[in-house]
Design a protein around this ligand. Sequence first.
Ligand code: ADP
Length: 620
Amino acid sequence: MKKVLFKIKIVAFTNISVLFFTTKIFANNPIQIENITKSNTTLLIYSSVLISVIFILYVIAVIKKFIFKKKSNEVLKKETDDHVKTAQSLKISKERFDLAMKGSNDGLWDRDLINNTVYYSERWKSMLGFADHEFPDSIKAFEERIHPDDSEQLMNAFHNHLNKKTDFYENKFRIKHKGGHYIWIHDRGKAIFNGEGKPIRIVGTHTDISEKQKIEDELHQYQAHLEDKVNERTQELKRAKEKAEESDRLKSAFLANMSHEIRTPMNAIIGFSDLLIDPDITEEQKHDIINHINKSSNTLVYLIDDIIDIAKIEAGQLKINKTESNINQIILDVCNSFIETNNLKENSPVKLKLKKGIKSDNFTINTDPVRFQQILINLIGNALKYTDKGFVECGYLVKTNENSSSLEFYVSDTGIGIPKEKHKHIFERFSKIEDSKTKLYRGTGLGLTITKNLVEMLGGEIWIESKENVGSTFYFSIPVDEFKGQREDVIKKEDESIKNWESNTILIAEDEESNYRVLQMALRRTNVNILRAKNGQQAVDICKANKKINLVLMDIKMPELNGIEAAKEIKQIRPELPIIAQTAYAMAEDIEITLAAGCCDYLSKPIKTKKLISTLNKYL
Ligand code: ADP
C-alpha cells in the first residue's frame, strides 16, 4: 500500500512539475514563445493533458485495486473465521459423539456400500471378546458369527431399510463371542442416500443386551410359567366346578334312583310274603313265590354291600386281604352261581361261556379272593343284565414280559353296548347310561366305580371296548408275583350234603329272633341239638356250664358282650371248641378280626342253607 502511494506521489509530482514548467516558460519568456511554433506548444499542452489523464486513470485503477483488495481481504478473513468456527464445532461434535459412544458403551460400525468395505470400532470388536487387531474389518467375518436362526431376520431388516421400507434399521440378534457362546446385540443404523436415492453408506451401533435379554427371557419364562399355572388352575377349577355340578346332578339322580332300587325288591319281598300266608296257594306257586323273595332279597343285599363298599372306598377304609387264591375255581363258582340264579340253561337266549387261560385247575396266585370274586360278579352281572340274546364270555390270558406277569381278564357280551363318548365316564360314581327307550335297566351306577377301585387296589387296571348295539368287553388285569400250583385244599369241593347230627349240640349266639329262626329252620333236617344265647355273656356262661357243646355259631354284633369278646373268653375255657362267626359285614378286615379272636371260620349274612351245612360239615 505504501509502495502504491509512493508511486502515485512520484507520478503526480512529475506531472505537476511538467505542467508548472510549461506554464512558467509561457509566462516568463514570451520571446522564446514566439520562437516556438504554435504546433509545438499545442503538442506540449496535449502531452501534459494526456499525462494527467493517464495519471488520473492510473490513480483510479490503483484506488479500485486497493478497494477490491480490501474487500477480498475481508471476505477471506470472514471465510477463515467461518472455517475456524466450523472446525471448532466439528471438534466439539466429535468429542460429544465420542463421549456419547463411550458413555453408552456401544460399538460403532460404518459400511461403505459402494466399495463394500466396513469399519468396526474398538468397542464393537471388544464386545465380541476381540482386541482391535484381532478382528478384521470384514463384512464376511461379521456375518459368519451371526446365529443361524437370526441371520435371515437380520438380512431382511437391513435390506428393508436400504430399500427405504423403514426409516431406520433396527434389529436384535445373537452373535458368537470369541469364547464360543452367543451374546445378544441390539443393532441400529441409518443409511445415507445419494441424489439418485441409492444407498451409499450406512452407519450404526451395536449394544450388548445379553444381560437385558437374559432377564427378559427369564421374565418371559416366568410369565409363561405363570400363565401356564393360571391356565392350569383355571382349567382345574373349571373341571372341579363341572365335576361338582356333575356330582350334584349324579347325587340327586342317585338318591332318586336309590329309593327306587330299594323299594322295588322290598315291594316284592313284602308282597310275596303276604301271599305265602294264603292257605289256598299250591306248592308250585309257593315255590315260585319263595324264588321271587329270594331273588329280591339278594338284590337288596348286593345293593347294601355296594353302598357300604363305596362309603369305605371314599373314606379310604377298604382293605385288601391277599392270600393264595385259586383263580379257575373262583371263576367257575361265579359262573355256576349265575347259571343257577339267572337260569341260563341250554335253551336260554343268552349263554354264559368260560375260557380259562390256564388249564390246570389247581394253580393259585396271591390276591384277594373275595375282592376278585366281587369284580367278576359285578362285570358278569352287568354283562348279563345288558344282554338279551347271544352270549356272555368270561376268560383270561396270561401276559408276561421281562419284568412282570399278569393275568388279563375279560368279560365280553353281545348286549346293548356303550356309546364311545360315554366310555370315559362309565367308571365314575352313579353314572348310568339311560339310553334305552324300550327297556328300563335297574341299577345304582355304583358297580363299575367299585370294580375299578377294587382292580386298582389289587394292583391292576381296568378298561373297556364297546360298540353300541354290538356289545362290550370289559378288561382288567391282576398282577402275579408267582404262580403256585397243585393246592388240593383250595379246590376241595364243599360238602353240602345233609348229615344226621343228632348226637351233636351246637350253641347259636344270636340276639335277633328272625335270624335265629332262619338258622334253626335251616338246621332242622340235621336233627342237631340247638342251644341259644341272646348275647355274648350268655354264650360264655352256657359254654362254661355245658361241656356237651360241639360248636358255636357266634353272631358278632350282640348286646352286653359282643361276639368277638365272647369268642375270646370261650377260647380260654374251651380252646378246642370250633367257633364259627356269623358276620353281617363280610368285609376282609372284619373276617380278620373274627379269626384273630379265635373263630375258625365265618359265615356272612344272609346265610344260605347250603353254605351253612357245608361249613358245619367241616367241623362236626
Ligand atoms: P349299574 O348298577 O347301573 O349297572 P354300573 O356302575 O355297574 O351301575 O354301570 C354303570 C352303567 O354302565 C350302567 O348303568 C350301564 O349304563 C353301563 N354298563 C355297564 N356295563 C355294561 C354292559 N356290559 N353293557 C352295556 N352297558 C353297560
